[in-house]
Design a protein. Structure first.
Length: 323
């Protein structure tokens, strides 16, 4: 049974031992829990195992001329040209195009000309017409879609000549810093690496892990991804695990390191359950264990003898007195 008996949350990570029977049963496997946080290093200390979590973030910027927009957002694609006070808008031609042939927006004869506009941009584009006279031919694009991604060209022609600007639209969103959660059981624990509010799908890489991992990614209502990646570990010796998220289109990378140390005196049962030998050397535990054991033994003898309820006290007195 892996129903949790307690949850201790901390930022940005959390740990949830999963045992039935309440806190008393949890204490059999987890004798005590300590939490210590120092800057970006989060140290979790269990009597069953010790965990160190270290986070690192690497973000670099690209020198490529590009605009970045998240799915569903609005963005302004910049374009400027030399202007004069005597600019006649009737002689101004502005044409926005994606790729080689997709017409995004056209303006000439003093007004928008959208007859040849691609159907995928219908109702989603406009120029800042009141700023054309000052040389601003930027395009406002609303409700960004993944299909909008690609190279854009802005061509402007007026009495003074022609101007062309190129840019790249990238549909992407950086992920929030990932979170680590740990669900502990007597025979091991499940480590979950999760992140959200990013696009497109990132790479998730585990290192130092034996066995398979399970990663799921789902789009939320805004078109951004939420991901969870799980791995099940069994602690037999000191173990270092690395979980990394990579979003190459934005050169974004997050890495978390976990170092787990088994406590001294750990013994492994035939069923793979971990017990702390120090727990059995605790005087209070030995007393409680002895009382419980002999109590069950007495009850067994009592019921086996067929004694009735009213004879309990004399029967026990007789057993201990030996008469």
């Amino acid at each position: 049974n892996t129903q949790g008996c307690w949850t201790e949350a901390y930022k940005p990570d959390s740990v949830t031992p999963a045992l039935s029977g309440g806190m008393e049963q949890c204490l059999i496997c987890c004798n005590y829990y300590q939490y210590h946080s120092l800057s970006h290093i989060i140290l979790l200390s269990f009597h069953l195992f010790h965990i160190s979590v270290i986070s690192s973030v690497v973000t670099t910027t690209s020198l490529q001329p590009r605009e970045v927009a998240a799915p569903g957002s609005d963005i302004t694609l910049s374009c400027s040209f030399p202007s004069s006070k005597n600019l006649n808008l009737n002689n101004l031609v502005v044409n926005w195009q994606r790729g080689e042939s997709v017409v995004v927006h056209s303006y000439y004869h003093g007004r928008d000309q959208l007859e040849r506009q691609s159907v995928v941009y219908k109702g989603r584009t406009h120029l800042f017409e009141d700023q054309l006279t000052v040389g601003n031919a930027s395009l406002r694009l609303s409700g960004v879609q993944l299909s909008d991604q690609g190279p854009y060209t802005c061509d402007v022609t007026d009495e003074q000549g022609s101007t062309q600007e190129k840019l790249q639209l990238l549909v992407a969103a950086p992920y929030d810093e990932p979170r680590i959660s740990i669900q502990a059981t007597c025979d091991g624990f499940v480590v979950t690496f999760s992140a959200s509010q990013g696009f497109p799908q990132p790479e998730v890489v585990w290192k130092g892990v034996m066995g398979s991992t399970n990663t799921t990614m789902e789009l939320d209502s805004r078109g951004l991804y939420e991901l969870e990646s799980e791995v099940t570990l069994r602690l037999n010796s000191t173990l270092t695990v690395t979980a990394e998220l990579r979003l190459r289109v934005l050169d974004q990378s997050f890495t978390k390191y976990l170092t787990l140390h088994p406590p001294p005196g750990k013994i492994s049962g035939s069923q793979g359950l971990f017990f702390d030998s120090m727990l059995f050397s605790d005087p209070l535990f030995r007393v409680l264990f002895t009382i419980g054991y002999f109590g069950l033994l007495i009850l067994h003898v009592f019921y086996s003898s067929g004694a009735v309820h009213r004879d309990v006290i004399p029967y026990l007195h007789k057993m201990f007195r030996g008469s």
